[in-house]
Design a protein around this ligand. Structure first.
Ligand code: ZN
Length: 629
């Protein structure tokens, strides 16, 4: 560090008033009294980064920052006539202020505005677009930044020490162990180890199972000591990838979790709901709200394409996975290019209404760990237009008979996709003028989506950032809350209801289903993947008599409602898309392990890859360890 400090100081003009240089997470932070001087010197920061081969950031010395109330007024003055900030959130641990703006501002004026705000206040602005209604989860997360400033600063500093430690063991033994999400869908978790570093990719739970041995990742088979764990890398917010991360913190994990920026509010929302659902069902949740807060404080949010050192021998880069908002392919580069490994997480190699297709431009991949949810030979999903037509016909079938339509949807991903399609149907007069009720966390999840509109598809960005319209709003959408609201919906005429949870494992969807299932004029439409063992999957597989809890007793229902499954809205690649992705990366890839699929599908996909592209491919088995070096 001393060497790096003197190299940095050579470059910096004296008038900037540098006070200290620190490792902060995977960055080197230069604190100064007048950071605007550094920013104003054009390529200075880039030059320093190139010289010392580390990411360098500029920070203002906290004592030199203007009081937040005065800063708010100054910022309002600077932004006056350009775009009013509706919300201003200060992060004292980093000296940043996030501004949610009424109107979009062009990229070309941003540098000058930033510089003006920094020179007048010593706070670094981050510009985001404001949409109404504003997410409560994002407000809560920003509140956390101020409240836990000291703790977060400490976490960032100790992370710096950890990431830039002198390597103890430079040998290159690299191994991969499947602790979950192998020959199954659920509890995704892979341990990647070198002699120097140990990280987990995802730490999810398996829905539909109560016993720990079936629902938790198999930490019991490793000798992994939680103190040796450097980091957790989270590919996306869904609970089968994220659901038990706070549990690791509950058991003493002191490291950090890397995830993309939008994943943090989405995962916070889903984890909090997991606790609430467990408590409502009279179960003991695996962790509490304090453990979620600990996770939040230990989270390092990243952008797509940002390369970060996560230990002395590993660099991480996230790229768009096209699955849900913020979903990421995790690329890990080990020991200066000795080994490149890609974890696809859940990914979609194809456009959806919501997101662009998954990134595929990798120059070298020694190992790919790839999902195979739809890896079976017959897992070919209909095209987007066919799927939309099938959805329309399934809905009309019930509405024409004065029935109701119930769609169990996960709060994150499919709900927003379906909302946009339904809105379009109504605008095109394809659907009658019926109310569309949204229940569960759909409204909040949708607010998070619009706060991160830059992560949505290029088409959506182009049409909505400028106009300032919320792409998910419509006069036909009505949010429902509480028991009485639901009873009102049920007592009324034909309608469409979107409710969580997507696999019918709990949540408001069950309340509708109880009053709904026995009427043959009604329809139950599934648009997302149903994990084996969940109620949704059992109904899809033909279960006619369903027993579900109702208040204090168990209720037996004979299902007469129409059941349809529409796989074309999935956020997963179908078999053809999985094979097309392999084709795209085949020249740069050496070994592929298929995961996150039922055993027969993971095996079938691996066999086809081997036959067609002559790449080593095999399904990863649960608890199996593979040597990659
Ligand atoms: Zn997922």
């Amino acid at each position: 560090m001393i060497e790096a400090t003197s190299k940095i100081l050579e470059f910096i003009p004296k008038e900037a008033g540098v006070t200290r240089i620190e490792y902060e997470g995977s960055n080197i932070a230069i604190y100064s009294k007048k950071p605007s001087i550094l920013i104003n010197h054009g390529y200075l920061m880039t030059e320093i980064a190139l010289k010392i081969k580390k990411r360098v950031i500029s920070r203002s010395e906290p004592s030199e920052r203007l009081d937040t109330e005065i800063s708010k007024k100054k910022i309002d003055d600077i932004m006056n006539g350009i775009s009013a900030p509706i919300h201003k959130f200060f992060d004292p641990a980093k000296g940043e202020v996030t501004l949610y703006l009424e109107k979009n501002i062009s990229q070309s004026v941003m540098p000058a505005l930033s510089l003006e705000i920094i020179s007048q206040t010593n706070w670094f602005p981050i510009f985001r677009r404001y949409f109404s209604p504003f997410s409560k989860t994002i407000t809560l997360l920003h509140g956390n930044l101020t409240k836990w400033e000291k703790e977060r600063r400490q976490i960032l500093l100790s992370l710096g020490d950890r990431v830039f430690r002198e390597p103890i063991n430079p040998s290159t033994n690299i191994s991969l162990t499947a602790l979950g999400g192998a020959e199954e869908v659920g509890r995704s978790c892979y341990l990647l180890s070198t002699s120097e570093t140990k990280i987990l990719i995802d730490f999810g739970l398996k829905p539909g199972f109560k016993k720990k041995i079936q629902s938790h990742p198999r930490l019991d088979i490793t000798t992994l000591n939680i103190d040796e764990l450097d980091a957790i890398v989270l590919t996306h917010a869904h609970l089968d990838h994220s659901g038990l991360i706070p549990f690791v913190f509950k058991h003493g994990f002191k490291g950090v979790v890397y995830m993309t920026e939008p994943t943090l509010p989405l995962v916070t929302l889903l984890l909090q709901d997991l606790i609430d659902v467990a408590e409502r069902n009279g179960e003991i949740p695996p962790y509490n709200h304090f453990d979620i807060r600990t996770m939040i404080n230990h989270t390092i949010p990243l952008k797509y394409g940002q390369v970060v050192d996560i230990s002395p021998d590993m660099k991480l880069t996230f790229q768009n996975a096209g699955h849900i908002l913020g979903s990421a392919l995790a690329h890990i580069h080990i020991t200066d290019g000795v080994h490149n490994i890609l974890f696809t997480g859940d990914f979609k190699y194809g456009e959806t209404s919501l997101l662009d297709s998954a990134y595929s431009n990798f120059s070298r991949l020694e190992t790919v760990v790839m999902e195979s949810t739809y890896g079976g030979p017959t897992d070919i999903t209909p095209s987007k237009s066919q799927s939309e037509n099938m959805l329309l016909q399934s809905i009309l079938k019930s509405l024409n008979k004065n029935g109701k339509v119930l769609m169990p949807v996960p709060a994150v991903g499919r709900s927003q996709e379906v909302l946009m399609i339904l809105d379009r149907f109504i605008k095109q007069n394809l659907l009658p003028d019926v109310p569309i009720y949204l229940d569960g966390m759909i409204e909040e999840s949708t607010s998070i989506h619009v706060s991160f509109i830059n992560y949505l598809s290029s088409k959506l960005r182009a049409s909505y950032t400028n106009e300032g319209l919320n792409p998910f709003s419509s006069d036909h959408f009505i949010n429902v809350n509480g028991y009485e609201g639901r009873q009102e919906v049920l007592s009324e005429g034909p309608c469409i209801i979107l409710a969580t949870s997507g696999m019918m494992e709990g949540g408001p969807v069950l309340e509708y289903f109880r009053n709904f299932a026995e009427n043959e004029n009604n329809s139950l439409i599934f648009v997302s993947y149903q994990v084996a063992g969940t109620l949704g999957r059992r109904i899809l597989d033909g279960l006619e008599n369903v027993i579900i809890p109702s208040k204090d007793k168990m209720l037996s229902l004979n299902v007469h409602a129409n059941i349809s499954r529409l796989s074309g809205f999935s956020g997963h690649s179908d078999r053809n898309q999985l094979m097309a992705y392999i084709k795209k990366i085949s020249r740069s890839t050496k070994n592929i392990y298929t995961v996150h699929g039922e055993a027969s599908k993971s095996l079938s996909l691996a066999k086809s890859i081997k036959e067609k592209y002559r790449i080593n491919a095999a399904p990863l088995k649960i608890t199996e360890t593979i040597s990659l070096s």
